[in-house]
Write a protein that binds this ligand. Sequence first.
Ligand code: SAT
Ligand code: MN
Length: 494
Amino acid sequence: MSTPLEQWVESTARITRPAQIQWCDGSEGEATRIEDQLIREGRTFPLNDKTYPNCILHRSDPSDVARTEKVTYICTRNREDAGPTNNWIAPAEAKQTMGALFDGSMKGRTMYVVPYILGPAASPQSRVGVEVTDSAYVVASMRIMSRMGKVALDRLGSSSDFVPGLHSLGDLSPERRLIAHFQEEKLIWSIGSGYGGNALLGKKCFALRIASWMAREQGWMAEHMLILGLESPSGKVTYMAAAFPSACGKTNLCMMVSALENEGYRVWTIGDDIAWMQVGSDGYLHAINPESGFFGVAPGTNEKTNSNVMAAVRKNSIFTNVAMTAQREPWWEGMSENVPSGMLDWQGRAWSPSNGPAAQPNSRYTVPAVQAPSISPRWDDPAGVPISAFIFGGRRARLAPLVYEAMNWQHGVYVAATMASETTAAITGAVGVPRRDPMAMLPFCGYNMGDYFRHWLEMGKKIPHPPKIFHVNWFRKGADGKFLWPDMATTLAS
Ligand code: SAT
Ligand code: MN
């Protein structure tokens, strides 16, 4: 008798018709074979073996460099349940349109089956997902970003309790790119993009859009938040979670080197993007990081803005859409003051300033979390860490004050629900336009935003020791056009 997973994989293969199916076990040997495959495909290059061992540089299709919110859909039976902030199509219609695109989309290609766990392998808060994909880049990335392979199959056994995600590169045409979430079925379909949040289905699709729906059903929270611990000179660590829109400095904040390090203050990293939280037996909200790697924005990252990540990316990392120096090392704007000569830009052309930036503005590094020198000893704790404070913020050149504290949970929900930020290169479209982004969840809330606010208010009643809630704005500028909080702004805004 075949398991629910085997049945789903077979039914998927009947539609996409791959030449072969490969079940991923997460082993080293498999990682090497995937890397060889990527290099054969011609868009991926091994980096300098001495200075960046086991690192690769990948160039995505130039039309496929960021999340595409316009073609991202929440497919609930009732339109109301997706709410006014999400794109919606009826599930049957989405399946028909996308079914035609998936029909034979893997012909002549390998279909990889990627089982993964979101969260510590031993945590009751963790969940299993399985992504089926025809992209070797996705496999290599999922291996870093999640607990992938045998560990996940062992946890799943013959159970049907997993979130299936079907992904195909299709023809990579923006006109035939669609990302759909079937919330009632807890199923993800994505076609036409190989990039980050569009294609690594464990990330925004499952860990936020599907998980936020599950969390409301089951009484927990899935949020677009970093998690950090701040250690005081006495050795006490206070854990906090912070929500900022994409490319506002979450990764740099959670790996920050404290200016007060000499006085005994230290920042410990638990997560840089997503927090899953539930009320613990001690009455505190406990957070786990569902991911196991960081997919961070490269430009602006340097020894000053994030020395921890600069150390971390020196091995076993993937660089996407950055430039390559003559020494086969990665380079991006802001990495060093002097611009190396003889570089290839992110599209593989001999770099010249007239072609624009050497690295694409949304170019990324993908690095295992354990490689960060700042990684918290509790980052993989099955019980998570107790959260004492929430911090919300965005990019606001004007108006929003530098920092203030909400009076209570309800007021904090209001503050977070009304937050805004200027748009960045992380999404396709205009950059620098202020938009409302409640809880930094606008692109990631998998249901009606009104119901989401209600869920927040309900959660407040269930947490005996709720986190204090703060709003910050490192990006406020004065009349002279200069940042009012320069150290934070240049570290986190770059
Ligand atoms: O492309 S991702 O969604 O993974 C990164 C981001 O936009 O935050
Ligand atoms: Mn994010």
